[in-house]
Design a binder for this molecule. Structure first.
Ligand code: KG4
Ligand code: ZN
Length: 345
C-alpha cells in the first residue's frame, strides 16, 4: 500500500449500530463493517439505551478486528483512530470512545473526535460530483433534523433544526401507530409505495414565514387522530383497516414530511444563495425524499447541484467518521486521551 495516503480507522457507536471502517484519504473505502442491533430493539419499538450499550460492548472488538482484516492493513499502516463522541446516547458513545482511546494509546496514533451529525453530512460528500459553494446541507436522521450552511467539511453553520420530533423519529412513531414495525422509515416507505399521497391532507408545519426550524409533532399527532378519532377516545382502528387504507395514510404522511423538508431546504438555499444541496442521515435513504429534492434542484433557476449520500452510508456507519477525520487530520485537529462522550452536539 502506498504510504503517501492517510489511512484512518473510524469507530461509531452513538446509537444502535456498532461500526468500524478503514478509509484512505477521506474517500477510498478499504472496509466498512456495521453490526446492526435492530433485532434486539424491535420488540420495544425503539432503541433501549442499556441494551444498546451492552450490545456495543459485545460487538466492538469483533467489528474493529473485522474492519482491519478486511482492509488488509496492519496497525503500522493506520495513521489515526477516529471516533464519534457526540451527539448520541452517552452509554453507547462511551463504548466507542473507550475503544478508540485504548487503540490510540496502545498504537501511539493520534486520536480524532468526530461529531456524528457532521459525519452524516460528510457521507453526502462521498457522492460523485463536485461541491460548489455555498452549499446547504440537510441532515435528517432518527435524532436530528438540521439545515447547515456548509463552507467546507469542517466549517458548518447551523441554520435551523427541529423544535420537537426529528423526521426519522416521526417516521418511527407513525410506523408504530400503523403497526408497521421497527425501524419505521423503511416500513413506511414500503407501505407508502402502494398508497395515494393525496388521500389525506395531513398538516405541513412551516412555523413562521422565515423560519428554518422544523416541527414534526403536529403531523404525527394528526395521524394518531386519524386512527383514533379527534377525541382520542376511539380504539386504534388500524387493525380493522384494509392494507390500502394503511398505505394511503403512510403515503400521505410521507408526502407531508417530504414537502416540509423540501420547502425548508429551498428557503435555506434562497437565504444563502446556495449552489449545492447536500443530503445525509438515515431518512436520506428515502427514495421519495431523494427524488423530490432532485426535482426541486432541477426546477430552480439556475439549477442546483444535489449531492446525496450513497444509500449504504445514509444510516449510521463508520465510513463517514473516518472520512471526516481525514480533514481533521490534515488540519492537525487531534483530541486528548481524556476525550469524553457527550449526549448533545
Ligand atoms: O442516521 P440514522 O441511522 O440514526 C440516527 O443518527 O438517528 O437514522 C435512523 C433513522 C430512523 O428513524 C429510520 O426510521 C430512518 O432513519 N430511516 C428512514 C428510512 N431509512 C431509515 N426514514 C425514511 N425512509 C427510509 N427509507
Ligand atoms: Zn446517525
Amino acid at each position: 500500500m502506498a504510504k503517501d495516503s492517510i489511512i484512518i480507522l473510524g469507530i461509531e457507536t452513538s446509537c444502535d449500530e456498532t461500526a468500524a471502517a478503514v478509509v484512505a484519504d477521506g474517500r477510498e473505502v478499504k472496509s466498512s463493517v456495521v453490526a446492526s442491533q435492530v433485532e434486539l430493539h424491535e420488540k420495544y419499538g425503539g432503541v433501549v439505551p442499556e441494551i444498546a450499550s451492552r450490545a456495543h460492548i459485545e460487538q466492538i472488538y469483533p467489528v474493529i478486528t473485522e474492519a482491519i482484516e478486511q482492509a488488509g492493513v496492519g496497525k503500522d499502516d493506520i495513521d489515526a483512530v477516529a471516533v464519534a463522541n457526540q451527539p448520541g446516547l452517552t452509554i453507547a458513545l462511551v463504548v466507542g470512545v473507550t475503544a478508540a482511546k485504548t487503540l490510540s494509546f496502545a498504537w501511539q496514533k493520534p486520536l480524532i473526535a468526530i461529531n456524528h451529525l457532521h459525519a452524516h453530512l460528510q457521507s453526502a460528500m462521498l457522492a460523485e460530483g463536485e461541491l460548489e459553494l455555498p452549499a446547504v446541507a440537510l441532515i435528517v436522521s432518527g435524532g436530528h433534523t438540521s439545515l447547515y450552511d456548509c463552507e467546507s467539511p469542517l466549517d458548518l453553520k447551523l441554520l435551523g433544526s427541529t423544535i420537537d420530533d426529528a423526521a426519522g423519529e416521526a417516521f418511527d412513531k407513525v410506523a408504530n401507530i400503523l403497526k408497521l414495525g421497527y425501524p419505521g422509515g423503511p416500513a413506511i416507505e414500503r407501505a407508502a409505495a402502494n398508497g395515494d399521497p393525496n388521500a389525506i391532507e395531513f398538516p405541513r408545519s412551516m412555523l413562521s414565514k422565515d423560519s428554518l426550524d422544523f416541527s414534526f409533532s403536529g403531523v404525527k399527532t394528526a395521524v394518531l387522530y386519524h386512527c383514533r378519532g379527534q377525541d382520542m377516545k376511539g380504539e386504534n382502528r388500524v387493525d380493522s383497516m384494509t392494507d390500502r387504507e394503511i398505505s394511503d395514510i403512510a403515503a400521505s404522511f410521507q408526502a407531508a414530511v417530504v414537502d416540509v423538508l423540501v420547502k425548508k431546504t429551498r428557503r435555506a438555499v434562497d437565504r444563502i444563495g446556495a449552489k449545492t444541496i447536500l443530503l445525509g442521515g438515515g431518512v436520506a435513504a428515502n427514495t421519495v425524499l431523494r427524488s423530490a429534492l432532485a426535482k426541486m434542484c432541477q426546477a430552480a433557476k439556475p439549477p442546483k447541484k444535489l449531492l446525496v449520500a450513497p444509500k449504504q452510508y445514509c444510516t449510521d456507519n463508520a465510513v463517514m467518521v473516518a472520512s471526516l477525520a481525514y480533514y481533521k487530520y490534515r488540519a492537525g485537529l487531534f483530541a486528548e486521551l481524556n476525550l469524553e462522550p457527550k449526549a448533545t452536539g
